[in-house]
Design a protein around this ligand. Structure first.
Ligand code: GDP
Ligand code: MG
Length: 162
């Protein structure tokens, strides 16, 4: 079976945009309004000749427990079912209490965790990225899911993590 990458994060940080970028095609549905439930969340991806599965956890959000609890529950499920977890943060917003709660969950993960600082569309955004070191999940990787900036490096890091 091919390795599984779960993409977690708050609504609207760009998870589905990133999943499409990783797939090289538009399959995950991008929403301008957060919280739309999707049936299908697992997609086949290929990078450098290696196949893997990408799971867009946006299909699980949100529920009655509230945003923070549901995103933390996503992360909990992801780290028990995926081979690696990618936490996506909107670098323009920075780490909110939701990311801090998710990071507390993910720091206990026995599986590798990667941290993507999304919406860094140009180098002016690079300064926003450093504060995300405080999540204790290692180096934040600046990316623009929308424009593709940093996505090759991210894919290399994902494959190295499996
Ligand atoms: P999700 O709820 O986390 O799956 O987020 P979506 O992928 O649906 O994206 C939410 C919004 O953020 C959409 O309007 C996207 O176009 C926008 N977005 C996603 N990635 C980027 C990015 O890298 N840069 C910018 N500027 N906007 C982005
Ligand atoms: Mg989504």
């Amino acid at each position: 079976p091919q390795p599984v990458l779960a993409v977690v994060g708050r609504p609207n940080v760009g998870k589905s945009t990133l999943v499409n970028r990783l797939l090289g095609r538009r399959e995950a549905v991008v929403q301008d309004t957060p919280g739309v439930t999707r049936d299908r969340v697992a997609y086949d991806a290929l990078w450098n000749g290696r196949r893997f599965t990408v799971v867009d956890t946006g299909g699980w959000e949100p529920d009655a427990k509230g945003l923070m609890a549901s995103v933390a529950a996503q992360a909990e499920l992801a780290m028990h079912t995926a081979d690696a977890v990618l936490l996506v943060v909107d670098a323009r917003v920075g780490a909110t209490e939701t990311e801090e709660a998710v990071a507390r969950v993910l720091r206990r993960s026995k599986r590798p965790v990667l941290l993507a600082a999304n919406k860094v569309d140009d180098q002016r955004g690079d300064a926003d990225v450093h504060s995300l070191w405080s999540l204790g999940l290692g180096e934040p990787m600046p990316i623009s899911a929308l424009h593709g900036r940093g996505s090759g490096d991210l894919l290399d890091a994902v494959l190295a993590a499996f």
